[in-house]
Design a protein around this ligand. Structure first.
Ligand SMILES: [Zn+2]
Length: 373
């Protein structure tokens, strides 16, 4: 039996770099040789506080997965092998992006066009084996060819977090020329700022890291502020003439919600993007009196949000160098990937893992990309 290297989650703070059987592409699936897999806040949260979502003990109703799992839902790679009954003609070696989300297609939500809240909803790398491995078998219908976008291989793993941002933005139903406040300029907030700016919004980005805010400015934020208190942010909004009818709370923290409720315009919308790890105290009186809409957002609608994310990422691929400057080897995923994230000392907005390397390398994001890169 062919083996491969993978990062396998066995329990909290127990992710092992080990050899496991290399998957065969099932019927309707494509075997992908992973080029890059991003680490997300969810991966870090599961690493320290999980398993909350990984089906370690129980069996996931859609994927059937149970037991230790290979995480990683933000990945892209090259087609290695194609299983039976795959309608798309994939070429061996071509670069593909994984949409990660899986849906049943027959429940009420799926039929209403909302597969992101499918009753059986599952995600590659959360509910079945994902991209922190040399190879992963992926249902063909959630793979997207990158050639039409001339996408750089190192940019491709950013398609999923960008799609999460696109989905969060679309949940707010932004109108033309609305202003937005983005609280938390990390692995989703950064992409959200860019998506909103491209949509025509003026964005004020809030974070505690001046490095992250410098990236937000480069991506087109009207202004940034390094603060976590409403008064300082309000002063900056007034100085800039930014009127936030849309607020994206990407931190999942009490302070973030407090700021969002204090600063959103009456009649405005708060989108709760960050997954809170605890119950958040929420000043419901403000929601009532300001006639606010509080809107949730879960993952992506693969067929809609992934192509839009790929379009946005390839407007100028050089922009993403500062977001994900380094790729680390798979065997360093705990020491140089997850631990710095959970300990709050991660320097990079997004860490990419490249299972083909044995030492960290700088990422290559150029325009236009060539498929031979
Ligand atoms: Zn469904």
């Amino acid at each position: 039996m062919a083996l491969m290297w993978a990062a396998v989650y066995h329990g909290p703070r127990d992710v092992r770099f080990e050899e496991v059987p290399r998957p065969e592409p099932a019927s309707g699936e494509v075997l992908v040789r992973v080029h890059g897999c991003g680490l997300s806040g969810l991966d870090a949260a599961e690493f320290v506080q999980g398993p909350k979502m990984y089906p370690l003990e129980s069996r996931h109703p859609m994927t059937g997965h149970s037991g230790p799992i290979i995480p990683g839902h933000e990945f892209a790679g090259r087609v290695e092998d194609v299983g039976e009954y795959v309608a798309t003609e994939f070429r061996k070696g071509e670069l593909v992006v994984c949409g990660a989300g899986l849906w049943c297609g027959i429940c009420a939500q799926c039929r209403a066009g909302r597969p992101s809240i499918c009753v059986w909803q599952a995600v590659m790398g959360i509910h079945r084996n994902g991209g922190l491995a040399e190879f992963v078998s992926v249902p063909a219908h959630i793979l997207f060819r990158t050639e039409p976008y001339m996408m750089c291989p190192d940019v491709a793993p950013l398609a999923h977090p960008m799609a999460v941002a696109v989905h969060a933005m679309r949940r707010a139903r932004p109108q033309d020329n609305e202003d937005a406040l983005v609280i938390g300029s990390g692995g989703i907030g950064t992409f959200l700022t860019y998506a909103l700016v491209q949509r025509g919004a003026r964005v004020l980005a809030v974070d505690l890291s001046s490095e992250r805010l410098a990236v937000a400015r480069k991506l087109g934020a009207e202004a940034t502020i390094r603060a976590n208190n409403a008064d300082a942010i309000r002063a900056e909004l007034q100085k800039r003439g930014v009127v936030p009818t849309l607020v994206f709370e990407v931190t999942g923290s009490d302070a973030g919600f407090e700021t969002a409720l204090a600063l959103v315009e009456p009649g405005g919308t708060i989108v709760t993007v960050g997954i809170a790890s605890h119950r958040v105290n929420l000043d419901a009186r403000r929601v009532t009196l300001k006639e606010l809409a509080i809107v949730g957002t879960n993952g992506v609608i693969v067929d809609e949000d992934i192509p839009e994310a790929m379009r946005l990422l390839t407007i100028d691929q050089t922009l993403w160098n500062d977001v994900a400057p380094t790729a680390i080897p798979l065997e360093k995923v705990v020491d140089d990937g997850l631990l710095p994230m959970v300990e709050g000392r991660a320097k990079r907005i997004k860490t990419l893992v490249d299972p083909s390397i044995t030492a960290a390398r700088p990422t290559v994001m150029v325009a236009p990309a060539t498929e031979s890169a």
